[in-house]
Write a protein that binds this ligand. Structure first.
Ligand code: FE2
Length: 246
């Protein structure tokens, strides 16, 4: 296995790889979480995405107990205000979703209605802490699946506690997986990078997002991505899947 991987030819992403792409996970809504702090920074971030060729972008602020002020109504209002003030000056089509921590607030957020990723309003972007999942995670997800929602696990490669057997169990339960693009370049460390490549090769991802929190290092990280032909094809398919979201 090690010997074989030594001989796999990996290359940088081709020019124009992101042309027409949709990003389904970002923290560009200004001033609501640990993402972009100001409108000015957000406009810089959107200009960067436009430069790479992105045509659509979903803002997915954090919903978690650390940000109790982020209710559905508050976030919808802030998104609407941003679009009214700046939408005409932005070359990327914006839409709104959310990223929901599987914590003690999760079912409250469910009760007010999730900001979903898709037209059918079923796909919910979910995350856990990097160190461990909430002990009630399975039960919480089961409860929302009974209501017709389907979880999309954000950046599973980043969870220190998770490995292939757990990923396979999650897939058996119909959880979908979203790759963080820059995990492939090692932006979150080598273990996450290795798991990202493994999950991509195994075909376990369904979507891909930037999870953009700031623009520093983005150019350097994108140019550091090295993929095999198979991985490049798989990544292209994930961007195709993204286009099916609204
Ligand atoms: Fe995120």
């Amino acid at each position: 296995m090690v010997l074989r991987s030594l001989f796999i030819c990996r290359a940088t992403l081709p020019e124009g790889f992101f042309e027409g792409a949709c990003d389904m996970h970002s923290h560009l809504l200004p001033g609501v979480d640990d993402g972009f702090p100001t409108v000015e920074k957000t406009l810089e971030g959107l200009a960067l995405m436009e430069r790479y060729g992105f045509k659509k972008l979903k803002m997915t602020p954090h919903f978690m107990k650390d940000y109790p002020q982020n209710t559905k109504l508050v976030i919808e209002e802030k998104f609407k205000a941003f679009c009214q003030d700046h939408g005409n000056n932005v070359g990327v089509e914006l839409s709104l979703g959310g990223e929901y921590m599987l914590d003690s607030c999760f079912l409250d957020r469910c009760a007010e209605g999730f900001l979903t990723l898709d037209k059918e309003k079923t796909l919910v972007l979910c995350e856990t802490s990097y160190m461990m999942a909430d002990p009630q995670m399975k039960e919480m997800i089961y409860e929302v699946m009974l209501k017709g929602y389907q979880p999309v696990m954000a950046h599973p490669e980043r969870y220190n506690y998770a490995s292939m057997p757990l990923y396979n169990r999650w897939k058996e339960k119909d959880y979908l997986f979203q790759l963080n693009l820059l995990s492939l370049a090692g932006a979150y460390g080598d273990p996450a990078k290795m798991k990202a490549h493994e999950l991509l090769n195994e075909g376990l991802y369904d979507y891909v997002g930037s999870d953009l929190h700031r623009i520093e290092n983005v150019d350097r990280m994108i140019s550091a991505i090295r993929l095999s032909t198979k991985e490049t094809d798989r990544l292209l398919q994930l961007f195709e899947n993204n286009k099916q979201l609204d």
